[in-house]
Structure formats: C-alpha cells, structure tokens
Ligand binder design. Sequence first.
Ligand code: NAD
Length: 293
Amino acid sequence: MKKVAFIGLGHMGLPMARNLLKAGFDLKVFDLQQSAVDELAAEGAHAAKDARDAVHDAEVVISMLPASRHVEGLYLGEQGLLGYITPGSLVLECSTIAPESAKKVSKAAAERGIELLDAPVSGGTAGAAAGTLTFMIGGEVGALDKARPLLNAMGKNIFHAGLNGAGQVAKVCNNQLLAVLMLGTAEAMALGVANGLDPKILAEIMRQSSGGNWALERYNPWPGVMENAPASKGYTGGFMAELMAKDLGLAQEAALATGSSTPMGSLALSLYRLLLKQGHGQEDFSVVQKLFT
Ligand code: NAD
C-alpha cells in the first residue's frame, strides 16, 4: 500500500483525499484548517501535525493549494518542503498555478532527485467527490505512469499535455473558456427572465439548442434552476470567484508572454474583478449572475 501525503484539504482537496482513502491508499493529511484534518482522520487518514510531518516517509506527496504563492511558499526556500521529501519520491502538484511557477518548483524538485508533475484538474467539487476529475499533466511520461493508480482513484480523464508547465497552460486555457461561458450564460439567463421567461424553461430550451454549454447544463448560475448547483445554495461551495479571477489573471500573463490576443479573457477578468470589488470573492464563481440582475 503506497504511503501518500495530502496537503491542502479545501473544497477540492478534501474529496480528492477521501477517494484515495476509499481506494485503499495509506494517507497522511495536513491543512492549515484543523477541522479538515480531523474530518479525514475520522474516516481513517493519519493526521499530520504539520506539512513536514505529513511528508515524512511518504512515497507520493499531493498538494492542492489556492495559488502560486502558496505552492512556492510550501515547497521552496531554505525551510521548504522539498528539503524534507525523500529523494526518489513523486510529487503531484494539483493546484492551478502559473506555468512559470510550476516549472520553477519542478526544477527545484529535480535538483533534489524528486519527480514532480503539474497535475491541475477540472470537474469542480462534484467531479472531485465523484472521482471523475480531468487531470492535465505536465511532466515526464515515466512519472505519469507511476502516478496513474492515484490519478485513476481521483479522476476519469488523464491527459498528458507536455513537459512541466504544460498542464497549467491547458488548465488556464480551459478556465478562461469556462469564465466566458459562465458570463455568457448568466447574461442570457438574465435577458430571458427580464423579458418574462421562466428561468427553468429558458435553461431547458437553450440546453437542447445551440447555446448548450457546461455552465448552462451542469452549473446553472440562476438560483433554483438546478437543485445541486452552488447558485441554488446561496452561491456557496464550488469554486470561489477569487480563484477564477486568479486563473483569468494567469491566462492574461500567458497571453502577454506570447503576444496572444484574448479580448474575451480580458473582459472576463475585468468583470470578475468588479465582482470581487462588490464583495463576492468568496462566493462560487457562478455569482457573476448578480452582475446582470
Ligand atoms: P480552497 O481555498 O477551498 O482550498 C485550499 C486549501 O489549502 C485550504 O483548505 C487552505 O487552508 C489550504 N492551505 C493553504 N495553504 C496551505 C499550506 N501552506 N499548508 C497546508 N494547507 C494550506 O480551494 P479549492 O477550491 O480547493 O481549490 C484548490 C486549487 O484547485 C486552486 O488552485 C483552484 O484554482 C483549483 N481548482 C478548484 C476547483 C473548484 O471547483 N473549487 C476546480 C478546479 C481547480
């Protein structure tokens, strides 16, 4: 049974770690929030007292943190975790971070004889709970082959995007598109309702028509249209708007670096920044609906 350390038990990390437990991995977990550690310990995981304790003896280390600064802060520097992970181990860095940051951390890991894959995910909290996430992997094929049993316990689709950083590039492209789809869906829902349509009927019509898309079909932003969507739970749970704004910023950085034209991504970032200024950063990203109502 592989010894796995899991660091970062938030909206995504907790259900992902739970699926590894269910699959029989020997799991040691850590998060700055003790309540998340306690929850998994009650289900059979070992509770670590800090990140170093978590990685002690681990053959695989998985992290699921908010952003680049958390990941670099955890792994790099004199006191960084890379100094405490056994050489020969494998690290799966699942957070969505800047491609440059992923390259920097993987290079530092390689210098210590540690294999690191960028392994950002798509599929939301529902996909994390169901074990149906999509993984976008950046790194060496050999390391990916070693990671497959773990990835299969947490996800359904595993793509090798290229070398380190490539997984993160794929992820920011996907999230830029998701933000644009969510904004377009929220705008259309508000337009239809303002013109007298029932939101459930409008959603069903568009779902069966050419406007169908993931945001509309699986994550409708209009409250009450989909019982289990964050919109129907006061925009709680799910994927925080401030994290979407972070990903849109990463997409703009990638666009600047290559001179790419991304007018939709740029507008989406501006609208999410507005939403954050209005105090909605900690709510699910479908809360963009409020910009149109
Ligand atoms: P979250 O804020 O709910 O969870 C992050 C967790 O990391 C928190 O519990 C926090 O306490 C912990 N943490 C932060 N720094 C730490 C440290 N140094 N040591 C230990 N724990 C630490 O965020 P989330 O929604 O779970 O997202 C995590 C990552 O996954 C982000 O990069 C996000 O962009 C990405 N993502 C999220 C979703 C989603 O639907 N929520 C979907 C795909 C990808």
